[in-house]
Write a protein of this length. Structure first.
Length: 165
């Protein structure tokens, strides 16, 4: 028990030292995020399919109904959605941000980054499957920047929170 207490105290001291005690906060820097553009899918024959076709809710959803998904199992159906992974990131206000995307699923994605006030901070670009695309901007505003995919809106978005340093 004594050894565990000592280890715990050492860990706490290291954490406090890493945090520092000044009020200056983090200085802006260059930040790079690697983001995959993916589609996730789930199939089941254990529950009834949804009463509303998910594809009518958003281009970002997919649905293969019973009878079409698996010819050998007329009760099995599948849903899918596109997303950015990771879907949430954070930066310090003033950071120069590089977003490096890799398209894994979906033939094409029309996308851009919006500032917290909703204005575009990058051009509208197209990302295709198997390609890498880089977007860059400076996080000049505090708040939530949004990565938007118009092709699969409104469900395919990611969030970058810009906090004060």
């Amino acid at each position: 028990m004594r050894k565990q207490s000592i280890v715990l105290l050492v860990l706490m001291a290291l954490m406090l030292a890493a945090c520092g005690d000044d009020d200056s906060g983090a200085a802006p820097s260059d930040v790079t995020f690697d983001i995959e553009v993916i589609e996730i899918k789930g199939a089941t024959d254990g529950i009834d399919p949804p009463s509303v076709d998910p594809e009518t809710l958003s281009e970002g959803y997919g649905f293969t109904p019973p009878g079409e998904y698996d010819a050998d199992n007329p009760n099995k159906w599948q849903v899918a959605t596109y997303l950015y992974s990771p879907g949430a990131m954070s930066v310090v206000n003033g950071d120069d941000v590089t977003l490096r995307f890799f398209g894994i699923n979906g033939d094409s994605h029309q996308m851009w980054v919006e500032s917290p006030d909703g204005t575009k901070v990058t051009d509208v670009v197209e990302l295709n499957r198997g390609r890498e695309l880089i977007l860059e901007f400076t996080a000049d505003d505090l708040g939530h920047y949004k990565i938007v995919c118009a092709t699969h809106a409104p469900t395919m978005n990611a969030d970058i929170l810009s906090v004060s340093g």
